[in-house]
Design a protein around this ligand. Structure first.
Ligand SMILES: C[S@@+](CC[C@H](N)C(=O)[O-])C[C@H]1O[C@@H](n2cnc3c(N)ncnc32)[C@H](O)[C@@H]1O
Length: 465
C-alpha cells in the first residue's frame, strides 16, 4: 500500500481519490442488504452494459489493468481512473522457511491462520535479529499463537501479550503451559489490558515490561532494552494505538503490525453534520484531511470501511452459475428489506426455507418480518405487496439479480482503492507525527501473505533510525 506511480505527492493522490469517491459513492454507500437504492442510482449506461456483458467480461472487469474492449466510454473511463489510483499489484514477499516444530504444534489451526502466523513470525524474527530486539509487545495477543511462534524461533525473546478479552488471556496462558517448554513459561507474560495510546495505558505497559525484564535479570529501567510492538490482525483502532505507542515510547524501536477489521473503527461523539468523517481514527493524516475539507457530503462511512476490508479481486472470478446465485440472493434480500420500509420492522432469512417462486409469495416464504420493538413475528401486509410490485417492476425478469452482481463487480473493482486510501493515510500520519516529534523513522507496507489465502495481507513496518 503506497503512493501510486501516477502521482508525485500525497496531497494530489488523496485529492483525486476523494473526488472519485464523491462521484461514485453510490457504489458502496449502502449496505448490500439495502442495495435497491444503489441499483436505482446506477447510470443507465452501466446497467445496459452489465445486463448484456458475458461472464468473461464480468470476471475481467475488476482487473482494471487488463483492457476490456467491449466497455462503453463511461466504464472505460471508470476503470482507467481506478487503475491510476491503486498501486501496481506486487508479488508477495517470498514465503519464509519456518521451522517444522512451529507447524507441528499448531496442527489444529486452519491453513489461513497458520500461513499468517508462520510468515509474520518469521518476518518479525528477521527484523528483530537485525535490530537486536529483546522484548516484544504483542497487541491483541488473542490465544497467543504469534507469541508462541516467535519464542520457537528464538527462546531468548521476552514477550508481553496484551489482550482485552479476559477469557482469551486465560486460554493463552493455559495453551502456553500445555504446549511450551518450561523456559517459555517465564518468557511470556499475558495480561488483560484494553490497549489505547493514552498516558495511563502507556504507563501500565511500561510497568508490565519492566517487571518482565527485571524477572530476567535485565535492568527494570527499560532505557537499555530494545523493544518492538507487534500484532497479527490488530483490529480497528488497535493498530492506530500501536502506531501512537511506537511514537511515544522511546524504548520501542520497531513496529510490525498487520491491521484488519477497519469497519469496526470507533465513532466520534457528537457529530451531527454530514460532512465530517464520523470516525475518531480516520482520516488521520493532514494530507487526507485537507483533501476532504471542501466536500459537500462525506464519502467515508461504515460501508466504505467494510468494503476496504472485504475480499480482494483475487477471488472474484466465478462461473456464471455462481455469479447468478450470488446476485439472486443479494437482490431478493435487499428487495425484502426495501419492501418492509418501516424502521421498526426487521427482515430475517427464514431458516431452512427455499425461495420457490420469484413473486411476492416466494419472498414471504423465504423472509420473515419481525418487530424490532417486541421481537414478535409479524405478517407481511397488502401494503408490502404493493411496494413489492412497484420495485420489482423496475427489476423484473432477473434484471435485479443481474444488476446486484454488477454492483458487487463495481465494489470489487474499487476495493483496493478504498483499502489503499485507508492504509496509506495511516502511513502518512505516522510520517507526519514522527516529523513533528523530530523522530527519524522509516515506514512501509509489505505484502507478506498470499492474497488468495489471506485477503488482509499487508504488514505495516516502521523503525526508528
Ligand atoms: C482478530 S483477533 C486476533 C488475535 C490474535 N492476534 C491472532 O491473530 O490470533 C483481535 C484481538 O485483539 C483484541 N483486541 C481488540 N482491540 C483491543 C484493544 N484495544 N486492546 C487489547 N486487545 C484488543 C481482541 O479481543 C481480539 O482478541
Amino acid at each position: 500500500m503506497s503512493l501510486p506511480k501516477a502521482f508525485d505527492n500525497d496531497e494530489s493522490y488523496f485529492k483525486s481519490a476523494v473526488e472519485f469517491l464523491e462521484n461514485y459513492s453510490w457504489i458502496y454507500s449502502e449496505a448490500n442488504t439495502s442495495c435497491i437504492k444503489a441499483l436505482d442510482r446506477m447510470p443507465k449506461v452501466f446497467k445496459d452494459y452489465f445486463l448484456s456483458a458475458s461472464n468473461e467480461s464480468l470476471n475481467t472487469f475488476p482487473f482494471v489493468h487488463v483492457p476490456l474492449e467491449d466497455c462503453p466510454n463511461e466504464l472505460q473511463d471508470l476503470r482507467q481512473q481506478i487503475a491510476k489510483m491503486i498501486p501496481e499489484a506486487h508479488t508477495p514477499t517470498a514465503p519464509r522457511k519456518v521451522p517444522s516444530k512451529c507447524s507441528n504444534q499448531n496442527r489444529k489451526i486452519g491453513r489461513k491462520k497458520l500461513h499468517e502466523i508462520e510468515q509474520l513470525a518469521a518476518n518479525i524474527h528477521e527484523h528483530c535479529a537485525k535490530a537486536e530486539t529483546q522484548l516484544l509487545v504483542d497487541l491483541g495477543s488473542g490465544l497467543g499463537y504469534l507469541s508462541e511462534a516467535l519464542l520457537q524461533l528464538n527462546d531468548n525473546y521476552l514477550i508481553l501479550g496484551l489482550e482485552a478479552d479476559e477469557q482469551r488471556v486465560i486460554s493463552a496462558q493455559q495453551r502456553c503451559e500445555k504446549l511450551m517448554p518450561q523456559k517459555a513459561l517465564n518468557s511470556i507474560s499475558y495480561r488483560q489490558e484494553f490497549v489505547s495510546a493514552d498516558a495511563q495505558c502507556r504507563d501500565r505497559i511500561e510497568a508490565h515490561t519492566s517487571e518482565l525484564a527485571q524477572s530476567h535479570g535485565l535492568s527494570p529501567e527499560l532505557t537499555t532494552i530494545t523493544m518492538a510492538i507487534i500484532g497479527l490482525h490488530a483490529c480497528a483502532d488497535l493498530s492506530v494505538s500501536a502506531m501512537r505507542l511506537f511514537l511515544t515510547m522511546p524504548q520501542v524501536r520497531s513496529l510490525l503490525i498487520m491491521p484488519c477489521c477497519y469497519h469496526k473503527l470507533a465513532l466520534r461523539e457528537g457529530i451531527d453534520d454530514l460532512v465530517s468523517s464520523p470516525f475518531v481514527n480516520f482520516p488521520l493524516s493532514s494530507a487526507l484531511n485537507k483533501a476532504t475539507a471542501n466536500l459537500a457530503v462525506c464519502c467515508f462511512n461504515r460501508p466504505f470501511l467494510r468494503l476496504a476490508c472485504q475480499e480482494t479481486s483475487s477471488r472474484w472470478r466465478k462461473d456464471s452459475a455462481a455469479h447468478a446465485e450470488h446476485g439472486h440472493q443479494m437482490y431478493w434480500r435487499a428487495l425484502a428489506n426495501a419492501v418492509s420500509d418501516d424502521p421498526d420492522e426487521l427482515v430475517k432469512v427464514q431458516p431452512k426455507s427455499q425461495q420457490t417462486t420469484h413473486d411476492f409469495n416466494g419472498l414471504c416464504l423465504r423472509y420473515q418480518l419481525h418487530s424490532r420493538l417486541t421481537a414478535q413475528l409479524l405478517s407481511w401486509r397488502p401494503s408490502h405487496e404493493t411496494r413489492f410490485r412497484q420495485i420489482n417492476e423496475r427489476y423484473s425478469e432477473g434484471r435485479g439479480s443481474h444488476l446486484a452482481e454488477a454492483l458487487c463487480c463495481l465494489q470489487t473493482s474499487i476495493q483496493k482503492l478504498c483499502e489503499n486510501l485507508l492504509l496509506y493515510d495511516r502511513l502518512c500520519y505516522l510520517r507526519e507525527a514522527a516529523a513533528e516529534q523530530q523522530l527519524r523513522v522509516e515506514v512501509r507496507y509489505e505484502q507478506l501473505f498470499d492474497e488468495q489465502v489471506s485477503p488482509r495481507c499487508q504488514v505495516l513496518i516502521a523503525k526508528k533510525l
